[in-house]
Ligand binder design. Structure first.
Ligand code: FAD
Length: 632
């Protein structure tokens, strides 16, 4: 077996997006020697792509806003399936996390009187998204990186070594977690986390990072789907690492299809068109010129959304005296509506609908508020959004499901394994509201960093990485080189994406998901004998072969859970079970690794604390809760 380079830290953070960096900062501030590992270049994480903003009830644009209103909106958006404790912590702590970012060096757009400006977004009752034009993620990552550098400067002053307490390793892919296997680890094989194994993308050389605590902050799973706003990094690695280590995943059936991705030209299909376009006044029209969203306001939202254009337009000037435009319904509703319009033959030439801001705002205002969108459409589609509508359609954007964690500490059920950000589950229930991810990253990144540090401090001795486990991880990583005459990983990836898109996509049916599971089983068999050409030095085919192992496992979670949930809720729409069922709200579908595959079991949802339930009108609760829950 090739030699393995070794490093040793107290806390290992896998992922350098918002969640990972915030966790690393916290762990380092609690005195832990901390390493951050990332698959791409430092600064290139998904977070940098975030456009619209970060949701926090600061009340700058409307003093009626507060954490309770944000909590209510988040629960409604998630159709009450959210882990209520996470939704509570998130709503309470998000404003502090935004302010804290400014102490790290972020500078958000301002109101006329100098406060942080906040914009409208779908599902948020008041303007709530702090933003920097439509490049908010860039500012978030930039300021977190600035904080990392400032901590490293402190460490240099104290130790003479910038990287003595906080070190970033980029272009390194983790392929396996390593766990201790001592007798104290118990019969369930959930050994304590002892480190992580992986390879340098450039050289293909292996390395082992020993650490008693690992924080997963690896983001989402979008690359399992054909049309997605996600980048190449989103292959569900953290989800799969957690599963294989013995942790559980929840809510995996809920995948968010953002209503507005680009649909043309084909080379850019899926690239995101930010919700800010609608927040800033953009409207959706079909090929007949009709503003169709008025036809798609579901019963549960009828009292909150305008049913006519005049009221919807008045709302932009007088939000307290009017109901909101239906273009700002939660994403799941808008995505389904667009899907229905296209299916009914009222779509655009390239299979989308029209999103128009050109007739709603002056050209200069569009360029000022939406500079990236203006640039994106001009460069990629030769469309001037100040003069023409955009063509848009649903694109796989975000996974609500993820590692089941303790809300307060981010701890999973595996000792020493923590998770934060998109890789964790529960916070967003069945559907995430726009802007609630960036705030989630900071709130729960900080908590996971703190949780990991406290865990390490509580240990009397460090768990050991067993040699056999390291050898096994090497063997698995090298396997694609040993096959002969097997298939090419690119061909398998295309088949996987097509399968997920066609059979477990935005609208689902039992027989289609059963077919998807058969195909996934077949792909899994074929993936075991994949063949890659060449050697280990920068070899994207090999990298994809290893990523496929994760994508297949995670796709199986999505398909199995989606097949079992016989209702429609948030990011899970069943053609054969179109109603939302109150009884299903009480049930979580929990995925665990079983053999080479996945087993899904039903577990009860933790009941909502009474004082949080009291924040809602009883008439609203009747839409979501069962009769006995309401009585209790
Ligand atoms: P990421 O930022 O993706 O970071 C993941 C990290 O994990 C990366 O560093 C990656 O290299 C690393 N990694 C992954 N696997 C491995 C591995 N095996 N080994 C080592 N490293 C690994 N949300 C909002 O709230 N507001 C918005 O305006 C908004 N706009 C968006 C626009 C776009 C185009 C997209 C795609 C998403 C948007 N979102 C938005 C969602 C939000 O950006 C993401 O959910 C969020 O950034 C995820 O952050 P994260 O820290 O969990 O993961």
């Amino acid at each position: 077996m090739p030699e393995v380079e070794r490093h040793s830290f107290d806390v290992l953070v896998i992922g350098a997006g918002g969640a990972g960096l915030r966790a690393a900062i916290e762990a380092r501030e609690h005195g832990m020697r901390t390493a951050v590992l990332c698959k791409s270049l430092f600064g290139k994480a998904h977070t940098v792509m975030a456009e619209g903003g970060i949701a926090a009830a600061m009340g700058n644009a409307n003093p009626n806003d507060g954490w309770q209103v944000h909590f209510r909106d988040t629960m409604r958006g998630g159709k009450f399936l959210n882990n209520w404790r996470m939704a509570e912590l998130h709503a309470r702590e998000a404003p502090d996390r935004v302010w804290e970012l400014e102490t790290y060096g972020a500078l958000f757009d301002r109101t006329g009187d100098g406060r942080i400006s906040q914009r409208n977004f779908g599902g948020h009752e008041y303007p709530r998204l702090a933003h920097v034009g439509d490049r908010t993620g860039l500012e978030l990552i930039r300021s977190l990186q600035q904080k990392v550098v400032s901590l490293q400067q402190d460490d240099f002053a104290a130790t003479g070594d910038h990287e003595s307490r906080l070190k970033v390793f980029q272009e390194f892919t983790v392929t396996d977690l390593v766990q201790s296997t001592g007798p104290e680890d118990g019969p369930d094989h959930r050994g304590k986390v002892a480190g992580a194994f992986g390879y340098w993308r450039e050289s293909g050389r292996f390395a082992l990072f020993e650490a008693p605590a690992v924080v997963l902050a690896t983001g989402g799973i979008g690359k399992s789907f054909k049309v997605t706003s996600n980048s190449w990094e989103y292959t569900g690695d953290g989800h799969a690492l957690a599963l294989r280590a013995g942790a559980s995943l929840i809510n995996m059936e809920f995948v968010q299809f953002h209503p507005t991705g680009m649909v043309w030209p084909p080379s850019v299909k899926g690239i995101l068109v930010t919700e800010s376009v609608r927040g800033d006044g953009g409207v959706l029209r079909n090929s007949e010129g009709k503003r169709f969203m008025f036809d798609y306001i579901p019963e549960v939202f009828k009292d909150k959304y305008a049913d006519n254009e005049a009221e919807a337009d008045r709302w932009y000037r007088d939000p307290d005296g009017n109901r909101r435009p239906p273009e700002l319904l939660p994403r799941d509703e808008v995505a389904r509506a667009i899907n229905s319009e296209v299916k009914a033959g009222r779509g655009s030439e390239h299979g989308g609908v029209f999103l128009d801001v050109s007739t709603r705002l002056p050209a200069e205002e569009i360029k000022r508020r939406l500079p990236s969108m203006h640039h994106q459409f001009k460069e990629l589609a030769d469309v001037d959004i100040t003069a023409q509508p955009m063509e848009v359609g649903p694109t796989c954007h975000y996974v609500m499901g993820g590692v089941q964690v303790d809300p307060d500490t981010g701890a999973s059920s595996v000792p020493g394994l923590f998770a934060a950000g998109e890789v964790s589950g529960g916070m967003h229930g069945s559907n995430r509201l726009g802007g609630n991810s960036l705030s989630d990253l900071l709130v729960f990144g900080r908590r996971a960093g703190e949780g990991a540090a406290a865990y390490v401090a509580s240990l009397s001795e460090r768990p050991r990485c067993p040699d056999e486990a390291v050898a096994r991880a090497q063997h698995v990583a090298l396997a694609p080189f040993s096959g002969e005459g097997g298939e090419n990983p690119y061909a398998l990836h295309v088949e996987l994406q097509q399968t997920m898109n066609d059979l477990v996509g935005i609208i689902r049916r039992a027989e289609e998901m059963e077919r998807a599971l058969d195909r996934l089983a077949d792909l899994g068999r074929r993936a075991r004998s994949l063949t890659v050409e060449g050697h280990r030095q920068f070899n994207p085919g090999w990298h994809l072969a290893l990523d496929l192992r994760n994508m297949l496992l995670v796709s199986e979670c999505v398909a199995r859970a989606a097949l079992l949930r016989t209702e429609s809720r948030g990011g899970h729409t069943r053609d054969d079970h179109p109603r939302m069922e109150a009884d299903w709200r009480r049930r979580l579908l929990v995925c665990r690794a079983s053999g080479d595959g996945v087993e899904v079991t039903e577990e009860p949802q933790v009941p909502i604390r009474a004082d949080l339930l009291a924040l809602f009108e009883p008439t609203e609760l009747q839409k979501y809760l069962t009769a006995d829950e309401l009585e209790g």
